[in-house]
Design a protein around this ligand. Sequence first.
Ligand SMILES: [Fe+2]
Ligand SMILES: [Fe+2]
Length: 209
Amino acid sequence: MAFVLNAEILIKAVEIFEIKKRLSELLPKERYVHSLAVEKVAQELALHYRTHEEKAAVAGLLHDCSRRYDGEELVKKAEEAGLHLDPVQRFEPKLIHAPLSAYIAKEEFGVIDPEILLAIERHTVGAEDMSDLEKIIYLADHIEPGRDYDGVDIIRDLAFKNMDEAIAQCTGSMIKELLERGLPIYPLTVRTRNFYLLKTLKRKKEHGR
Ligand SMILES: [Fe+2]
Ligand SMILES: [Fe+2]
């Protein structure tokens, strides 16, 4: 039997190959390795929750594509891109890399899918009422095997059982760490936690689990 490749699958494979090639040239090595790890976990979660695996792979690969910039460079690039910055983002420029990565994914990598771009934009602090793809990228970034923080194993386990509860736990860990270190909290992190914590508490009250 002749080996026939579906044209659409072939085009997508070439696109993914091209993205990886460009990313490996643009990003510092450890950031590229992290991006590959997020791609892999995002695909596993997409398969588990029956969501679009290719979108998860592209969003996972590109979620940190602006991390070739750091500190004041992030502020400068975000201002050039016309992104609105609040005082907490100016104090902690790392927070800018998520919306800036969405901008670069669109402008430099030609991604036009709004779901992928939103998943990239929201991967650091989340948002209220996220789509499954957004939740998957948020969680994949926080649980990939290279991550090591208090409670990560519980969140890894929860991610494949209930994404809402995993997000509530994850935002809680982030807020706890920021408070312990005496650092400001980006307001959207609190809104994300409240949204998913309330959803989790309501579910447990109604169903007892
Ligand atoms: Fe990130
Ligand atoms: Fe990341």
